[in-house]
Design a binder for this molecule. Structure first.
Ligand code: GLN
Length: 238
């Protein structure tokens, strides 16, 4: 059986608003297609060999969680930057997304350096951006939930994941949401984002099986329930 390896970054420190559901979605959508999956946690202070990793996931977290894992993430920054450059699919949510950029400066002025996968900087603000979000993206309409104080600014040339139709996204003004570099995707969309956005999940999975086995397509799944849930979510008031 073909088996893929998913690296789950700091599952204890960076898992709020149900973001673990993204790992469950990736795992099930691979298993439903006959692939084996191994999820390996990346833990603070523990050695980790990224050499066998096919996909990287990191969830959202409070400022305190980011302060705890930030230094360890920096120690793995060279590996993760090279993997992103090499096209390894990655999905990082909110707090981890912020630290995949230049860094996050909290409202209290604490600077948490990032690993520069994205050319983006984040500054904590007094106003929390909370609510349902709908964006238009190359993977179709994406729906989710946001809850962050950080306002992220993309540098010129840094691609966004999509354009905000409802909600805030990266910040209240730019109408941009998330960031994409090669197959690395950062987003503020919690929910968790993948169960209701199967097109985004399968984009990540196809990139992984293509890199590993030159597979060019995934067997279609019956996503009627997932897409119905996305329609309901898209119709919810902010
Ligand atoms: N602590 C960060 C912020 O408030 C990230 C929050 C999150 O991951 N939901 O912006």
């Amino acid at each position: 059986m073909k088996k893929l390896v998913i690296a789950h970054l700091y599952p204890r420190e960076m898992n709020i608003y149900g973001d673990l559901g993204n790992v469950i979605t990736l795992k099930k959508r691979l298993e439903w297609r006959g692939y084996g999956v191994e999820v390996r946690p990346v833990e603070i202070g523990e050695p980790f060999d990224f050499g066998e990793v096919d996909l990287v996931f990191g969830g959202g977290g409070q400022d305190s969680g980011q302060l705890i894992m930030g230094e360890d993430l920096i120690s793995r920054g060279n590996d993760l930057r090279q993997m992103a450059f090499d096209g390894v699919p990655m999905l990082v949510i909110c707090g981890t997304y912020q630290l995949f950029g230049r860094g996050f400066t909290t409202l209290e002025g604490q600077e948490i350096p990032g690993i520069d996968v994205f050319r983006a900087s984040t500054i904590g603000g007094r106003t929390r951006m909370i609510g349902n979000v709908v964006i238009d993206s190359p993977f179709g309409e994406l729906v989710g939930f946001e809850n962050h104080s950080g306002q992220t600014i993309l540098e010129p040339g840094q691609a966004a994941l999509g354009e905000v139709r409802k909600g805030h996204g990266n910040n209240p003004k730019s109408r941009q949401e998330g960031a994409v570099s090669e197959n690395a995707i950062g987003t503020y969309l919690h929910g968790p984002v993948l169960p209701k956005n199967p097109g985004l999940a399968d984009h990540l999975l196809l990139a992984a099986v293509r890199r590993r086995w030159q597979v060019t397509e995934l067997e279609p799944l019956d996503d009627r329930r997932e897409l119905a849930a996305a329609r309901v979510a898209a119709g919810r008031p902010r």
